[in-house]
Design a protein around this ligand. Structure first.
Ligand code: ADP
Length: 182
């Protein structure tokens, strides 16, 4: 049997510091709220750059539940698509937050795979206004992405970017990357 080494996936994941709206990928993921009608943080930034047509499309979607993911076009974004997912609001870690955050990543990746999206960029879902501790959230993000990369070769899922907007987020993602791949 072929042994699959996690380290072989190193080139298919990249942690970068920057603004996800500038990412030239097939799809960027939006940390949306249940209305899918825009909000603050990364959601607001994505709607601003994509333009009003994005809101027109999200109005037709009927919102989303926590952990769900829904696809739209990217309009004026460099990315062709936006995958909108709703992260859990972190309360105390005892309200299914871990499972729900994992679903955000899993369902976003499933949506990508089902739509021929091969390059995808994630923000740090739930760790802004929704207050999920970044170090724990990053681990969930990596676990989900690594599972998908191990199950689908590069012809299906080529590259996954984690886009950190601030130094603290970048630090924790980079630390995990080193832990897995150094
Ligand atoms: P949530 O409500 O899911 O917590 P936020 O948008 O408040 O979503 O925050 C999620 C993460 O997105 C935070 O780390 C925040 O700093 C980051 N963020 C905000 N704007 C951008 C952007 N333009 N590109 C990438 N990440 C961003």
């Amino acid at each position: 049997m072929e042994t699959i080494d996690i380290r072989e996936q190193a080139e298919r994941i990249e942690v970068i510091k920057g603004d996800i709206t500038e990412m030239n990928v097939d799809a960027i993921v939006n940390a949306a709220n249940k209305s899918l009608l825009g909000g603050g943080g990364v959601d607001g930034a994505i709607h601003r750059v994509a333009g009003p047509e994005l809101l027109e499309e999200t109005k037709t979607l009927g919102g989303a539940e926590t952990g769900e993911a829904k696809l739209t076009k990217g309009y004026n974004l460099p990315a062709a698509y936006v995958i909108h997912t709703v992260g859990p609001v972190y309360q105390d870690g005892q309200h299914n937050e871990e499972e729900l955050l994992r679903q955000c990543y899993d369902h976003s990746l499933e949506t990508a795979l089902a739509n021929n999206i091969k390059t995808i960029a994630f923000p740090s879902i739930s760790t802004g206004a929704y207050r999920y501790p970044v170090e724990e959230a990053a681990k969930i993000a990596f676990d989900s992405v690594l599972d998908a990369l191990l199950q689908h070769d590069a012809s299906e899922l080529e590259k996954v970017y984690f886009v950190a907007f601030d130094d603290e987020t970048y630090h924790y993602y980079q630390k995990l990357y080193d832990l897995y791949f150094a």
